[in-house]
Design a protein around this ligand. Structure first.
Ligand SMILES: Nc1ncnc2c1ncn2[C@@H]1O[C@H](COP(=O)(O)OP(=O)(O)OP(=O)(O)O)[C@@H](O)[C@H]1O
Length: 426
């Protein structure tokens, strides 16, 4: 790990880094005669005096433009005319882990000064969400790695996208990959790419996700599922900041911000030997915890209203709808195992089911959200889907054919024919 410190005052170095690991023989100053060695050209951690401004790979030659993108640091830099620049190399794994740990702690307690407005995209006024927004501010200000923890559907990918879109990297790509969804033997080629002929089926060269995300952000979802051998490879890539495609000797430098996500407690995985500790601290960077919806009930109604507006604005034929008190209560009392994704599906179904301008309790089909998903997953013919839907509405409206034909905009005779054929019961 190479640490860089920009400062006019060497004593600040000791504030963050224990004296015993400082090796002044390795210090390099801008204003000295010394030139950077080739392998000195990347820094892992940069401080401007006591402010950690970056914790990720950065090329020394681009440090100026990096500082400009980090407004606070740049104005500080100008104001104090700080020009001393030091960097030193650390070769001790355990010390490296200790430094990473203290950096994580430092980041978690430092405050931010660049408020960003996510309210158009991410809803939530609960204390839990305020904390999430606070950490996001810090994530945006630096290019520190970020790890998002939360159950399925809590908004991990949405947060990752928001961090990217508000960061100086927004002009480059946001590339997302779900590690759990790729067979183990394909993860390496997905991440790092391959050359033509590298293995059976590699008919032409393909770039991996790291290359695709160059200059931007790579979102690795379900990182806890990464097999141990690939964890070592990923660690090496993060340390060396370069990749090699499978079947190639060419070393490709990379400049990618990593955001990882998991629904697992990775620290437990570390203690069980399933996840490498050194990789854990490299990836952890800033931890963002997204609590399940049942633990932030005050967000349920604002989120529901947001999804109603969103859905109606995209479907101009649907009139405005609002939630009755009974519907609100029903939503607030529910536990949402599928979290916000489930709430969204449930609201969209309720809008479709609601007859008037009101969404009533009866339109909130808690047990039926899964019905909608199941319905699609069973892969039936269109005719079979039709039958299932007609049957569902006939049951709901107690066999009133006239009512159901209007809702589904089909002919009465179609329904009677299906009943006559024994395909549906009334
Ligand atoms: N705070 C929020 N405000 C508005 N919409 C949200 C919020 N959180 C999540 N969503 C919406 O909920 C859905 C699920 O979010 P997302 O895919 O980000 O969850 P996830 O945690 O990454 O899920 P998974 O673990 O299953 O991949 C998306 O439609 C997303 O836009």
């Amino acid at each position: 790990m190479r640490i860089g410190i920009i400062t006019s005052n060497d004593t600040v170095l000791s504030c963050f880094i224990q004296p015993q690991i400082m090796d002044h023989h390795h210090l390099i100053h801008f204003d000295s005669e010394e030139k950077f060695q080739k392998n000195d050209q990347h820094l892992d951690v940069i401080f401007v005096d006591d402010e950690l401004i970056n914790y990720s790979s950065i090329d020394i030659n681009t440090i100026d433009s990096y500082l400009i993108s980090s407004i606070d640091s740049y104005s500080y830099f100008k104001k104090t005319k700080a020009f001393g620049f030091s960097s030193f190399l650390l070769n001790d794994d355990q010390l490296e882990i200790n430094i990473l740990k203290s950096l994580v702690k430092y980041q978690a307690t430092s405050t931010s000064s660049l408020p960003t407005d996510y309210s158009y995209l991410i809803k939530g006024k609960s204390e839990a969400m305020k904390k999430v927004f606070d950490v996001m501010e810090k994530a945006i200000k630096t290019i520190i790695n970020v790890n998002i923890v939360g159950e399925t559907g809590t908004g991990k990918e949405l947060i990752a996208q928001a961090v990217h879109q508000n960061s100086p990297r927004k002009l480059r790509k946001f590339v997302a990959i779900n590690v759990a969804s790729i067979p183990n033997e394909l993860i390496e080629s997905e991440l790092f790419g391959y050359e033509e002929g590298a293995f059976t089926g590699a008919t032409k060269r393909r770039e991996g996700k790291f290359e695709e995300a160059e200059g931007g952000t790579l979102f690795l979802d379900e990182i806890g599922e990464l097999p141990l051998d690939l964890q070592s490879k990923l660690l090496r890539v993060l340390q060396e900041r370069e990749i090699t495609r499978i079947g190639s000797n060419e070393v490709i430098p990379i400049n990618v911000r990593l955001i990882t996500a998991t629904h697992k407690n990775l620290l437990n995985e570390v203690s069980e030997g399933k996840f490498r500790e050194d990789l854990y601290y490299r990836l952890l960077g800033l931890p963002i915890e997204l609590p399940p919806l049942r633990e932030r009930k005050e967000d349920i109604i604002p989120l529901s209203q947001f999804f109603i507006e969103n859905y109606i604005s995209k479907n101009s034929n649907i009139p405005q709808k609002s939630l009755t008190n009974e519907a609100k209560q029903k939503l607030e009392d529910y536990s949402f195992p599928g979290n916000i994704r489930q709430l969204r599906a449930l609201i969209e179904l309720a809008i479709t089911l609601a007859d008037e301008n009101e969404i009533r309790g009866v339109d909130i089909l808690l047990e039926k959200v899964e019905f909608k998903k199941d319905l699609l997953e069973k892969e039936r013919t269109l005719e079979e889907y039709n039958i299932e839907i007609i049957e569902y509405f006939l049951k709901k409206y107690k066999g009133r054919v006239n009512y159901v034909k209007d809702i589904l905009n089909i002919s009465k005779s179609k329904i009677y024919q299906l009943i006559k054929d024994g395909k549906i019961s009334r």
